[in-house]
Design a protein around this ligand. Structure first.
Ligand code: FMN
Length: 249
């Protein structure tokens, strides 16, 4: 429920939902907690500090991770906004060593062509050089979990007819971000991995024709002494443009 609403709806000429919609579809009061400004500041700083420590990890250990943590991250990811609330995503969580091995071998076969046979052009390879990545993907076999996020290009109704999905990539991108944040928040590490082309994942994981691999996440704990590339993130003034009303003097 909205707590004592500090802002009225008076300015709205067309309140949402419209009277017509409200009789045709169910609506609920928003569950929203209004917080004091100082609490908002400290929470925003704490969340930034937490997220600023997230790094992509390419040396994951084989230490087991309980499935309930993977489930919790998927549940969080699925709270993401999505076009027309279609939630056009499917997550496949794999701990079976035989399947992880199959994925590793197939990913390495594709990545070997990317790196060694120049399917990635020179400029791309130059951009990747500071990351030190190559075609070896041992972490796909060593990490306790691989989660593959598939985008549902279209839905399939009970009568087998196709249901068009809208903004599939945008929706899956947001869900992926929330999945990564959930893992990081609970103390797990992952890598956003796209061993492209990723069509082999549809075959290996026996997924339907309406699904396309979107991103693959090896998940676990970093090995002791794990190293990450020294990266700098863009400063706020490089990524934010603010357009406020001019100050009146
Ligand atoms: C869409 C996307 C695809 C990526 N694909 C790969 C990949 O295939 N292999 C890899 O090692 N890193 C991959 N990365 C990870 C990036 O290299 C990494 O996020 C970036 O270098 C910044 O490092 P950080 O995640 O530690 O902040 C990918 C990241 C994104 C967002």
């Amino acid at each position: 429920m909205c707590d004592s609403a500090p802002v009225s709806t008076d300015r709205y000429q067309y309140p949402y939902p419209s009277a017509t919609t409200a009789v045709e579809h169910p609506f609920d009061g928003l569950d929203f907690e209004r917080r004091p400004l100082n609490e908002m500041r400290s929470r925003s700083q704490e969340f930034f500090d937490l997220m600023d420590r997230r790094r992509s990890v390419r040396m994951l250990s084989d230490e087991p991770v309980p499935i309930e943590l993977i489930e919790a991250a998927v549940r969080t990811a699925s709270t993401a906004p999505s076009g027309a609330h279609q939630q056009p995503w499917q997550f496949v969580a794999i701990s079976d060593p035989a399947i992880k091995r199959e994925i590793r071998l197939a990913a390495e076969a594709e990545e070997r062509v990317n790196y060694e046979e120049n399917r990635m052009n020179e400029s791309w390879q130059r951009e990747l050089a500071p990351l030190g990545t190559d075609w070896h993907k041992e972490f796909l076999e060593i990490s306790p979990w691989i989660v593959v996020l598939f985008e549902e290009r279209y839905g399939i109704r009970d009568d087998r007819s196709k249901r068009t999905h809208y903004y599939v990539k945008e929706s899956c991108g947001i869900a992926a971000g929330m999945f990564i944040a959930a893992l990081h928040n609970m103390g797990l590490a992952t890598l956003t991995h796209t061993p492209s082309p990723m069509a082999f994942l549809t075959r290996v994981l026996e997924r339907g024709a309406n699904e396309r691999p979107f991103v693959l996440f090896p998940i676990g704990y970093p090995v002791d002494g794990c190293q990450v590339p020294r990266l700098q993130r863009k400063e706020l003034d490089q990524i934010l443009t603010v357009r406020s009303a001019p100050q009146s003097s």
